[in-house]
Design a protein around this ligand. Structure first.
Ligand SMILES: C[S@@+](CC[C@H](N)C(=O)[O-])C[C@H]1O[C@@H](n2cnc3c(N)ncnc32)[C@H](O)[C@@H]1O
Length: 324
């Protein structure tokens, strides 16, 4: 059963969603938070992205986990609880769970309740001896761990998928602080982070030939139309994604093809021709830049692994045993 956190702390109530969307669409430049991509349809579209030929991050991260999983699993202390932040389809963590019989509990945490519920039965079937305690929550906010994880002597966090790259650097630092508070003294955190690389490879990964990433991007407007009585015309917006090397990030935008107006929750939003809504950043890190960020909030780098192409990293950090 999905943990009470769902009832106690809804991941995104409709009013939070409405307030954030209206504030973002009235701001200059217009922007929306990437976490809102992940309704049920957005989560399925993301899964399709991970299978695209151009989208190397998932393949590279899975390769590291397949080849180095046993080594990574050695970081998991006996009877500890593994908390996965932004767990999505759980496919990566399975490579760790299979190698970590010493685990007392596994806590998948995601903002998308449908995805968490969808994966739960399969996880229970495949890991019948493991205490599985799903939580629906915003990983950037404090949330309570379910009983078995809270009672375990030590916790290890897992944050794959380069989701850390979707945060502005100060938000990433905030997430790392929150993770430290949730996991507690002596914790370890394993983070999957996409590395800086040639522009053409990055560009292709976010501009796939089948247009799935464009559909994922536009699904945000579909969600606003459905949940906030919006009337965005999807064919009047186009997907733009490019690498901003100066800021070391892929930027994803929805660009208005013409001067137009859209209604959202009773408010009128005006667009100039070519004006964009900035929908996602995907920051690319070096080993050094992520280590520096983590160190700044108390996480000490202890190990890292990189795929043979040098495209993707998995980095491990530890917290001191002293209370924060
Ligand atoms: C880039 S996908 C990665 C999914 C999966 N971990 C992987 O590696 O393939 C981001 C995941 O994090 C979740 N997510 C994004 N922002 C979140 C937030 N603020 N709180 C909780 N979950 C979030 C999304 O629902 C989605 O499942």
């Amino acid at each position: 059963m999905v943990a009470l956190a769902r009832a106690l702390r809804p991941a995104a109530t409709n009013s939070t969603f409405a307030d954030d969307v209206l504030a973002g669409l009235k701001a200059t430049p217009k922007r929306l938070a990437a976490k809102y991509f992940y309704d049920a349809e957005g989560s399925l579209l993301f899964e399709r992205i991970t299978e695209l030929p151009e989208y190397y991050p998932t393949r590279c991260e899975m390769q590291i986990l397949r080849e180095k999983g046993a080594e990574i699993a050695k970081l998991i202390a006996p009877s500890s609880a593994l908390v996965e932040f932004g767990s999505g389809s759980n496919k990566k963590v399975r490579l760790l769970l299979r190698r970590a019989p010493q685990l007392a509990a596994y806590v998948p945490v995601d903002i998308c309740g449908e995805m968490v519920e969808h994966e739960e039965a399969d996880l229970r079937r495949d890991f019948p001896k493991l205490n599985i305690e799903p939580v629906v929550a915003d990983i950037c906010l404090p949330f309570a761990l379910p009983p078995a994880a809270a009672a375990s002597p030590r916790r290890i966090g897992f944050f794959p998928g380069s989701t850390i790259g979707n945060f502005e650097p100060h938000e990433a630092a905030g997430f790392l602080r929150n993770a430290a508070d949730i996991l507690g003294p002596g914790a370890t955190l394993i983070v999957g982070a996409d590395l800086i690389k040639a522009t053409n490879i990055l560009h292709a990964a976010y501009n796939d030939a089948q247009g799935v990433t464009a559909k994922f991007n536009k699904n945000l407007l579909v969600r606003i139309n459905r949940e906030l009585h919006g009337n965005f015309k999807l064919d009047q917006f186009e997907h733009h994604a490019f690498f901003n090397r100066e800021r070391s990030r892929i930027e994803m935008h929805l660009a208005s093809k013409k001067k137009q107006k859209a209604k959202v929750a009773g408010h009128t939003i005006e667009f100039r021709a070519g004006e964009t809504i900035h929908t996602e950043n995907s920051y690319k890190y070096s080993l050094e830049s992520l280590s520096a960020l983590a160190r700044g909030v108390g996480w000490m780098p202890c190990a890292h692994w990189i795929d043979p192409m040098g495209y993707f990293s998995i980095q491990a950090f530890t917290l001191s045993n002293a209370a924060r």
